[in-house]
Design a binder for this molecule. Structure first.
Ligand code: PEP
Length: 259
């Protein structure tokens, strides 16, 4: 089942976030209930509980119509980590997923591959599904180092993750030059990298794990380009920033994917 995941980043307050989430849940219900698509929303930490409550109490919507993700987490269970959030806190407020290793965490907050791997393992151990982001920068693409970079990040993020645990893991390929820039990778460019990731998952695990792992594309996905992206053999959904902020455009992505 394909996944459309919306990463709201540092956008939406309680009221606007809840309104968009409720509208998405209403509009997506027929597709998610028919198992045509999974919908995940990643609001800010402080809105997750409110949105979770609103979605599970709203008439006609169930909490499985829209699943909730955090945009980051700490790997530790608790402790002296001022300003951070633990995996069990995320479970507590209704998260099923957590985005890890987003390029903004890597580049703005200097998260290392080693730290991201800690977080991936902790998420899995707590029963949260990590959406693990990997992707090359523009200079790396131009120097023909896309494959090296993406495969390095993939391997590093999955150290210590077993074949069995891979059923909880979602991979998101997000070329950094395409995030928030309006420049989408062409469907062929994206498919090429998705196929490399798929092949590496065979090498790391086996055919079955590789075939069953959802690999999302992210980077300026819009209602106008989702169709050609999702039509690619190895693209199993999208991680979406800007176009996930309004219910209309989010639902256009969900509808195009479900159909
Ligand atoms: C993202 O934040 O993961 C992303 C892909 O953003 P955008 O869709 O705005 O490029």
């Amino acid at each position: 089942i394909p996944i459309i995941a919306g990463n709201w980043k540092m956008n939406h307050n309680l009221e606007t976030g809840r309104a968009v989430a409720e509208a998405v849940a209403r509009g997506a219900a027929s597709y998610t209930k028919a198992n045509k698509v999974e919908v995940v929303i990643a609001p800010s930490f402080v809105s997750i509980a409110t949105i979770s409550n609103a979605l599970s109490s709203g008439s006609g919507s169930s909490d499985t119509v829209v699943q909730l993700a955090a945009q980051n987490m700490h790997w530790a269970e608790n402790g002296a980590y001022t300003g951070d959030i633990s995996p069990s806190m995320l479970l507590d407020v209704g998260c099923s997923h957590v985005i890890l290793g987003h390029s903004e965490r890597r580049h703005v907050f200097l998260e290392s591959d080693e730290l991201i791997n800690h977080k991936v393992r902790s998420a899995i151990a707590h029963g949260l599904k990590p959406i693990v982001c990997i992707g090359e920068m523009l200079d790396e693409r131009e120097a023909n180092r896309t494959e090296d970079k993406v495969i390095f990040q993939l391997r590093a993020a999955l150290i210590g993750v077993s074949a069995e645990q891979m059923s909880q893991v979602v991979i998101a390929y997000e070329p950094v030059w395409a995030i928030g820039t309006g420049k989408t990778a062409s469907p062929e460019q994206a498919q090429e990298v998705h196929a490399l990731i798929r092949a590496e998952l065979v090498a790391l695990y086996n055919e079955k794990v590789s075939g069953a792992t959802r690999i999302l594309y992210g980077g300026s996905v819009k209602p106008g380009n989702i169709g050609e992206l999702i039509a690619q053999k190895d693209i199993d959904g999208a991680l979406v920033g800007g176009a996930s902020l309004t219910a209309d455009s989010f639902l256009a992505l969900v509808t195009a994917t479900a159909q």
